[in-house]
Write a protein that binds this ligand. Structure first.
Ligand SMILES: *Cc1c(COP(=O)(O)O)cnc(C)c1O
Length: 242
């Protein structure tokens, strides 16, 4: 077997395992499999892997650093993929991200909304936006790995909803490693669902709930997540922190 054939077989097997996990989690929760979308997080892995995944039927990929994502998205621009940006985003990267991302899941401050709106309009694109909720936010209302505390969601959602070029799609979270929710992923994801329900009173179309990664996708599906973001379980343990 060539390297390409080997890697294809490996990714196909990993995808099948993840698919089984999602299917089982949906069944256990009494949900339809179609209600949950798999987003494969390809950070630190090469464009060649993205190409293989596309061939295996993956339609949603995610990245967390613009300097890696921009060249990969350019390499793969012939593929039918939607790119999700899921990392902390500096305003000086916004023009680049707005050129390839279909969705930005890490909206956590007003300044970012203003910058993304300007660049989306300039590029004549509509960008889907998810507010990243930090369930471990400190007194300043901000999470250590990005995100805004629950108390800031409503106001930020209103800003996105009013911003030209942006579409408010929903909420995203990463299960906290510290604080009240440490080790309690399902409780964290249930809290995100409650925040989503509250937000949808004002923004009924913003029904995406992005939660759950390789180690806790079952808890996310049980809590009602519509999108899971899976890296390691599909691509393997990352060679470096990403
Ligand atoms: C890396 C990353 C993931 C995927 O994590 P795995 O544990 O590798 O599945 C999901 N969401 C975000 C925001 C990430 O940065």
């Amino acid at each position: 077997m060539t390297n390409l054939q080997e890697r294809t077989a490996e990714l196909a097997a990993n995808l099948a395992t993840v698919e089984e996990r999602i299917t089982a989690a949906c069944a256990a929760a009494g949900r339809k499999r179609d209600d949950v979308t798999l987003i494969v997080v390809t950070k630190t892995y090469p464009a060649s892997d993205v190409r293989i995944l596309s061939g295996l039927g993956v339609r949603h990929v995610a990245e967390n650093r613009d300097q890696d994502a921009a060249p990969k998205a350019a390499d793969c621009s012939d593929l039918p993929l939607t790119w999700h940006f899921v990392g902390q985003l500096q305003t000086n990267k916004v023009r680049s991200v707005a050129s390839y991302a279909g969705l930005v899941q890490s909206i956590d401050r007003g300044k970012l909304v203003t910058a993304l709106s300007k660049e989306a309009v300039r590029a004549d694109r509509e960008l889907g936006c998810l507010i990243q909720v930090a369930l471990d936010a400190g007194a300043d209302g901000r999470g250590e790995r990005g995100g805004i505390g629950p108390g800031g969601v409503e106001e930020l959602a209103a800003r996105v909803a009013e911003a030209p070029g942006l579409r408010l799609d929903g909420l995203m979270t990463v299960a906290p490693l510290t604080g009240d929710y440490a080790g309690r992923q399902q409780a964290a994801f249930e809290r995100l669902m409650d925040l989503s329900t509250a937000m949808r009173a004002a923004h009924p179309a913003a029904n995406m709930v992005s939660a759950g990664m390789s180690s806790d996708l079952e808890q996310a599906v049980a809590a009602g997540a519509t999108h899971v973001r899976v890296g390691t379980a599909v691509l393997g343990v990352r060679p470096r922190l990403g």
